[in-house]
Design a protein around this ligand. Sequence first.
Ligand code: TYD
Ligand code: MG
Length: 455
Amino acid sequence: MAKPKRRYVCQACGSVSNRWQGQCPDCAEWNTLAEEAPQTVFSTKHDLSSGGRPIEFTPLDAPGEVPKRQLSGIAEFDRALGGGLVPGSAILMGGDPGIGKSTLLLQVAANIANQGGLAVYVSGEEASGQVRLRAERLGLSKAPIQLAAATSVRDILTTLGRMDTPRLLVIDSIQTMHSDTIEGAPGTVSQVRGCAFELIRYAKENDVTLVLVGHVTKDGNIAGPRVLEHMVDVVMSFEGERSHQYRILRSLKNRFGPVDEIGVFAMEGDGLAEVGNPSMLFLSGRDEAMAGSSVFPAMEGTRPVLVEIQALIVRLQSGATPRRAVVGWDNGRMAMLLAVLEARCGLNFSSAEVYLNVAGGYRLSDPAADIAVAAALVSALGDKPLPRDAVWFGEVSLAGEIRPVAHSSIRQRESAKLGFTRAYGPASAQESKAGGDKASATMKFSPLSLLPNLV
Ligand code: TYD
Ligand code: MG
């Protein structure tokens, strides 16, 4: 028998090399290649006469095949999932350590158990006593959750096979699980992939909603192979600053719903509380309408963030050269915008000092901020506040036109979710339709010369 070839698997992306290298040739990460057991080789030749069973085809409108969503009762969680839990689906939840994944899932499991559904919570990280302690703190110790501390997938599946089928199965976390049919230590790519595969198969065969908790690496990806994200139906990320109170649950992939819905929570002494109307959180201190302040829905990667832009205009009496100062935005771009406002809207900034600040120390690089900046400047110049429920986005051209920008519908939806019912921008009619009823109505205005009328 031929000696099995050595395999080196990248622990970051799952790509396989047959020799060790310092850098993964696929994802260019350093020191991620680790030796793993040789792969089982299947015969590649397919013999038509040998025993495959025929598969069944069904029409798209076959009756009774549509899975019915179940609400967990935690509205923000259901919203982020696109309207509740789908039976037989697998959800991967990533997030920084200590952000509150275990807390949230314990609350979800308790809610389902209290509704009369069977909820199983398997912790591979904490002993049952620790989880019980947490449940006590959360006031959930009476909830009939089936709680276990286990790490062997074989034991877990054998046990589940002997009991009533649960409605929800939480595995906290997939990196701590191991399967004795696969070589390698828990947390290696082949173990994570193999364990996830077995658990997902169980969930699909038994119509169980499976939630896998996944650790994230320091750059925010879910640790282990990217392939885990392909195997599951929904990828969620639980985000926030550990030192701050607020957490956002975001879906990054969803086979059953939209990916731009978010759920907002606040971490309190007794667990995660839902924040139904989070508009004031991110823009606190905007209690009074102020001239020179506008709100811009920025994109951070695929993530929308609402930021406040502040402008201050000081009229100079003497003929001294006026100062222009910008914090958090491009200096040259503001000069251009001032020139466009002068040329196309007939506004006069030439004898005034102009200061622009992006609140909260945020740095904007998105060209879509143009109109938000223009609106703040016009509002400051006329000393008239902008509508409080409005956000502004769009790129301004030298000709004074407002150009469409990427991710309009995400920006609108996030704004609407955060309480901004009006979006001033260049969105096309199609995009407003795609946004559906949840998106804020876009007030299309172009050219820029109309801007002073809106303030
Ligand atoms: P946890 O759910 O253990 O995080 P993860 O599973 O994502 O690692 O959350 C732990 C943090 O949450 C911890 O820093 C303490 C905080 N916390 C509260 O503030 N209030 C609570 O009621 C609980 C249970 C946790
Ligand atoms: Mg945890």
